[in-house]
Design a protein around this ligand. Structure first.
Ligand code: BDP
Length: 325
């Protein structure tokens, strides 16, 4: 008894003196993103980390691994599932093969525009989808959404109609839904990791790709494919998830704190995103990229079978998405 009391007393004294610089429960969370330092998603996540550190007095910290140093999104999802990555920011695209229900958000032209997408992810449908990911066997806890803007085509030649895509090899993210989308739009969809894309464009392994203005700009893809055809065929939200293995190590209070900070990060990224889109469009124009207005209707019509194929099991959910005004 005496011994225990003196140990407790010692622990108290050491704690009060602030000498326990690394308490046993300290945890460094490894976070990852394919985008480079300075990109809105990366900045929002780093700021979440700073707030987390402040709120827990350094007990929980976040270490960011940007620029795909831990691999492409498919590989990073796998690392998150086994707990090697604690927090991952990823497009919803490569999550589709792991949690099929999220493919509803990955379908071509499922959102009318970005404002529609934002209303959906901010509201109850967005919450429900995050909960579905968390409840699935994916071993990921979905914390929040991020903005991924609108994806349009960029090729080495102007594309105005589905006919212009004939024979063109276009890189898509790794999800059969996107290959079907590109094939339906008239081209040949090629699944390829993000990291391989620049050299594939340069060497002509592919003729083009599709993405939002910030990615097209920051990855320098415009220097090897300068015709940006504004098809707007995909408006894919992005998510950030935590490894369930790591999540379960957190106390209920820490989990609640993470959820609160996640919502703040979602809103912060959005403000940064809008700025980044404007800067990117300006930078692309300055660099001589040709922005081509296209009639979206033929692309919308051409992809009806894709929405039918991937949406047929989720008809009620799609109706609810459409009803969000
Ligand atoms: C970007 C997304 C990123 C994807 C990338 C891609 O932000 O998550 O990895 O597209 O096309 O817009 O692979």
């Amino acid at each position: 008894m005496k011994f225990r009391n003196s140990l407790a007393g010692l622990a108290l004294a050491v704690g009060a003196l602030g000498m326990m610089s690394t308490p046993a429960s300290a945890l460094e969370l490894k976070a990852a993103d394919v985008h480079p330092e300075g990109y809105p998603n990366v900045v929002a996540m780093q700021n979440l980390g700073k707030k987390l550190e402040a709120a827990t007095k350094g007990r929980l910290t976040l270490k960011m691994f940007p620029g795909a140093i831990l691999g492409g999104e498919k590989e990073m999802i796998e690392q998150t599932q086994v707990g090697a990555i604690a927090i991952l920011r990823t497009s919803l695209g490569p999550v589709g093969p792991v949690v099929p229900e999220v493919n509803v958000f990955n379908m071509p032209f499922v959102f009318r525009d970005e404002a529609h997408m934002r209303k959906v992810i901010d509201g109850e449908i967005g919450d429900e989808l995050l909960a579905k990911i968390t409840a699935s066997p994916s071993k990921m806890v979905a914390l929040g959404w991020m903005d991924g803007g609108t994806r349009s085509l960029y090729l080495k030649k102007p594309v105005r109609t589905p006919e212009d895509l004939k024979g063109q090899k276009v890189r898509m993210m790794g999800n059969p839904l996107f290959i079907d989308t590109m094939n339906a739009m008239g081209g040949n969809g090629i699944a390829m990791g993000f990291g391989e894309l620049y050299s594939a464009l340069q060497t002509g392994v592919v003729d083009g790709a599709e993405n939002n203005p910030p990615t097209y700009f920051t990855q320098n893809h415009y220097s090897v494919a300068k015709y940006y055809s504004l098809t707007g065929h995909l408006i894919i939200p992005e998510i950030f998830v935590m490894s369930k293995i790591v999540w379960e190590k957190l106390s209920a209070d820490d989990q609640a704190l993470m959820k609160k900070l996640a919502r703040e990060a979602q809103m912060e990224q959005r403000a940064l995103w809008d700025k980044k889109v404007a800067e990117s469009v300006e930078g692309l124009k300055k660099a001589g990229v040709e922005f081509i207005e296209v009639d979206k209707k033929p692309f919308y019509d051409a992809t009806a079978a894709v929405r039918e194929k991937y949406g047929k099991d989720y008809a009620a959910l799609i109706k609810r998405i459409e009803a969000v005004k």
